[in-house]
Structure formats: C-alpha cells, structure tokens
Design a protein around this ligand. Sequence first.
Ligand code: SF4
Length: 229
Amino acid sequence: MIIAGLQKFSLIDYPGKICAIIFTRGCNFRCQYCHNPELVIPEKYAPSIPISKIYEFLESRRGKLDAISITGGEPTQHIDLIEMLEKIKNMGFLTKLDTNGSRPETLEKIISRKLVDYFAMDIKTSIKDYSRIAGHSVDSEKIRKSINLIMNSGSDYEFRTTIVKSLTSKEDLREIARSINGAKNYFLQKFIPTKLNDPDLMKETSYSDKELNELTLELMAYVKYCAVR
Ligand code: SF4
C-alpha cells in the first residue's frame, strides 16, 4: 500500500458515522476534473506516509471512531488492500471503500470476505462512452461487473457522478441511471473547480440547482434514492 494522505476526522464521508480517511496514491484513470492530482499524477505525487504510522493512528482511535474510509487515487490497484481491510476490520472499525470500479476481480475478493461495509463507486458517464471521461481506455464490461457486484454485495453502497456541464449531458445521466436500475443510492455531485488534473476546466460549471433538482426527480424512476451533493 502506498498511503499519501490521512484525514483524521470526518463527519461527512461515511453516512451517519464518524470516520477517518486514508488516501492511497496512484490511479489508473486520468479524469479531467480530478481534484487530487497529488494522488494521481506521478510528477505531482505527495510524499508517502509510512504504513506503521497509519496503524499507530488506527490503534489510538479504537473505540473513538466508528469507521475508516479508504479512498484514492484508486485503492484497488494496491495488492495489499485486502490485508489492510482485514486489519482494520479486526480492530473493530466499519470500513468504507471508494472505487472507480475498474477492478471487479478485487471487489469480488473483498465482497466474498465481507471486508467492506459501505462501497462508493464513481460512475463517470454512460458506460459505452467511459474512456472519454476516464482519459484512458476502459473495459466497459468491468465497469458493468463492478456495478452488479456492489449492488448484490449485501453491503451499503452509493453510486455517484461528478457533473461538468460540458462533459456530462442530461442524456448521459439518464443512461447512467438506467445502468444502475434498482440501486439504493445515486448522488449527483456538482463540479466545483479547485486544483484539477486539467487546468483548462477551471472555467467550467455544473448545471443549475433547479436543473439538478429536476434531474433527481426524473432519475428516481430508476433508483431508490437520488440527491444532489
Ligand atoms: S477522479 Fe478518481 S478515478 Fe478519476 S483520476 Fe481522480 S482519483 Fe482517479
């Protein structure tokens, strides 16, 4: 595992729980709107944190935090993710995993061992058009497989899409909702330009609040719950 960030406290990352967030370094996607270049672009990588320091911190928070969230980058590209999840579960924490869904084979192992209590998977755009947003050739069957695995995992989960108006059409969002038909939770995330992989996107916007609220009502025809973040 290469860990490049630790947020010691969050009230908003794991729904209804107090958690800490571990940031893994490295990602196989290059989304233009990514706001974590220090976790994604090798030339901008943040220094790593020794894993022993992470476990020391976790030990000190036993009984004080409800949950540990692992995000990236893309955590599933680290072969020792499973070992880390096992250790965190054995310490008595709930676990949340953020993923781009590109490695269903890893998700399958995690799910069969019941190592994650809450999955959050990004759905970048309509599945047939994935590579356009991911900035990388994506096997769309793997994305479909990850969606199905998570929906049938027995764990809590959410799907979510970051919406840049020029990159994400309303029809893309309808197409995404159809591909996760019956899902428990789907969140539309307003794009907010901060530090980005692609500085050309700094002037981009998302849809208006009114448009997004109308979309959530429409997409509720496919998913059990849809909201704007
Ligand atoms: S948004 Fe997520 S999947 Fe895309 S490049 Fe950034 S970390 Fe990777």
